[in-house]
Design a protein around this ligand. Structure first.
Ligand SMILES: [Mn+2]
Length: 269
């Protein structure tokens, strides 16, 4: 085994489809690290509108598909988030990974639990109906071709702001871990990386990939670590054009052999 391999790498809240998604950077993190298990801890997608995925967004999904090839010997786990809801069955077929509501495993003789975290955000639970309404309104706006215009951007920002309930999610998660006899619990959702401990139970938040701090978690025999992605000077260049997305989708679909069995008109628009 590679001595520098982590047992697990966790990232969440990439919000593919949002203009603020740092998919390219997230793909780099996956390529630059070795790990036996990858947990995509929810809200990998921003919404159901695949037309908003850019070339870099499709590349991220293509790389996940590659990693999930059994020959790679990496277990890829997708834990559903509130934004991912309803997308995950499509994606488990498209990207070939298992989707869970929550995922538990044993490592270093400790029980670990990964759950997106919206379950502990009372506001979010009460907001489900409103949130569905919001999503349908959003999709209507898309149809009017407000794409990449200020309204769509504003909605992305509001969506992100509303979710910042970091202490509430932490205390809910700690209680949930105690109830389920987990020693370590991992969440996303709040977009704020965090570690806190209470009565021997550790809570970790993996942060997100839509703000200025881009973070992920690793677990190995030395423990759990929060990493912040640092841009390397040689990577700094201009962003990809959205216009390239269609060809990236075609490449992805072709490589994945999807053209035979998926009519992707039905998931795009
Ligand atoms: Mn969320």
């Amino acid at each position: 085994m590679d001595p520098h391999a982590y047992n697990t790498l966790i990232l969440s809240d990439l919000h593919l489809g949002a203009e603020t998604s740092h998919a390219r950077e997230a793909t780099r993190v996956l390529k630059q690290n070795r790990f036996q298990r990858l947990i995509l801890l929810g809200d990998i997608f921003a919404d159901l509108n695949f037309a908003r995925l850019t070339k870099e967004h499709w590349k991220f999904l293509g790389y996940i598909r590659k990693l999930s090839n059994p020959k790679r010997n990496v277990e890829v786990v997708w834990v559903e988030g509130n934004h991912d809801h309803g997308l995950t069955s499509i994606m488990s077929h498209l990207v070939g990974v298992q989707v869970y509501q929550e995922y538990a495993w044993e490592y270093d003789r400790r029980r670990h639990l990964a759950i997106h975290g919206h379950q502990f955000d009372g506001f979010q639970v009460n907001r489900v109906r409103l949130s569905r309404l919001g999503t349908s309104l959003y999709l209507q706006l898309q149809k009017l071709d407000f794409r990449s215009k200020p309204i769509a951007r504003l909605i992305d920002r509001l969506n992100t702001r509303w979710l910042r309930l970091s202490p509430k999610v932490a205390s809910g998660a700690l209680a949930y871990a105690r109830e389920h006899e987990a020693e370590r619990i991992f969440c996303g959702h709040t977009h704020q990386a965090l570690h806190t401990e209470q009565a021997g139970i550790h809570y970790y938040n993996s942060g997100g990939w839509v703000d200025s701090r881009l973070t992920y978690l690793t677990i190995d025999e030395e423990g759990v670590r929060i990493h912040e992605y640092q841009e390397r000077a040689d990577y700094r260049d201009s962003g990809e054009e959205r216009g390239e997305a269609d060809s990236a989708l075609a490449d992805f679909a072709d490589e994945a052999g999807l053209l035979e069995d998926v009519d992707y008109e039905s998931v795009g628009r």
